[in-house]
Design a protein around this ligand. Structure first.
Ligand SMILES: [Zn+2]
Length: 256
């Protein structure tokens, strides 16, 4: 059994504002340390629960936040650009964990809520339903035949995840107090919770209780930008494009 962890930074334990997640942020060095810590805790639990290997996608920004030299044995790390692929190396894996995720753009009082770009994207819809990164990545993983078995982040992310995928195991490591603030668990409590939830997710996966999610028909991805766009592929309104594809992953990469 191989587990694929896609790690974002906003929902990682100990991260409470943009200062931790932007490359020039005053606390970015700590953000890198904290994402490496949560990845190690989750991966260690996966290995203890029977995984032979854990593949970790460093998924925040340009994909270079995880401190490679500090990873525990048994992790294969994917960093940097992977054009046309959201989950590079996923074909070898059996299940996916979305670690350190955040709520979709526009979620009230949610820590660093956004959908792929806080600077340029207002909203995204998949086949008519508002969708954040959790839903989009859950569908893309499903298109590869894999279930998303667990996610971690703030209370609003966990609520969004359960609304979209009722069987997913959610690990709430903080409560958002606003776009730039959170009430956080202590380091030891977040470690304990991440371990417990990882074991719970792998047990549920082994029992076949979490199924891959896919779309029933072709994918239509609608993106509303904050500013008017240049006339481009799929422009349906001055600020909105619609991209279609046989899979959501293909529709997604028509734009990115
Ligand atoms: Zn991110």
């Amino acid at each position: 059994m191989k587990i694929y962890i896609f790690a974002d930074l906003e929902g990682i334990s100990g991260v409470s504002s943009s200062a931790f997640v932007t490359a020039d942020g005053a606390k970015y060095g700590l953000g890198c340390k904290f994402i490496t810590r949560d990845v190690n805790i989750c991966a260690k639990a996966c290995l203890e629960a029977g995984a032979d290997e854990v593949i970790v996608r460093d998924g925040h920004g340009a994909g270079n936040s995880i401190l490679w030299e500090n990873l525990i044995p048994g992790i294969r790390l994917v960093q940097g650009h992977t054009p046309g692929e959201r989950f590079s190396g996923i074909e070898e894996a059996d299940a996916v964990i979305l670690l350190g995720y955040h709520a979709m753009a526009g979620t009230p009082r949610a820590l660093m809520e956004h959908t792929f770009s806080s600077k340029s994207i207002q909203n995204m819809w998949v086949n008519g339903e508002l969708a954040g990164e959790f839903a989009i990545d859950t569908i893309i993983a499903g298109e590869h035949g894999l279930p998303v078995i667990m996610t971690s982040g703030c209370d609003k992310l966990c609520q969004e995840a359960r609304a979209f995928s009722p069987d997913v195991v959610t690990c709430q490591v903080k409560i958002s107090t606003g776009q730039q603030g959170a009430i956080m668990l202590s380091p030891d409590a977040s470690e304990k919770l991440l371990r417990e939830k990882t074991f719970e997710a792998i047990a549920a996966f082994k029992e076949g209780r979490i199924k891959p999610m896919t779309l029933e028909k072709e994918a239509v991805l609608r993106i509303e930008y904050m500013e008017r766009c240049e006339p481009a592929l799929g422009l349906v309104a001055p600020r909105t494009v619609e991209l279609t594809g046989p899979t959501l992953e293909e529709a997604f990469f028509r734009r990115f």
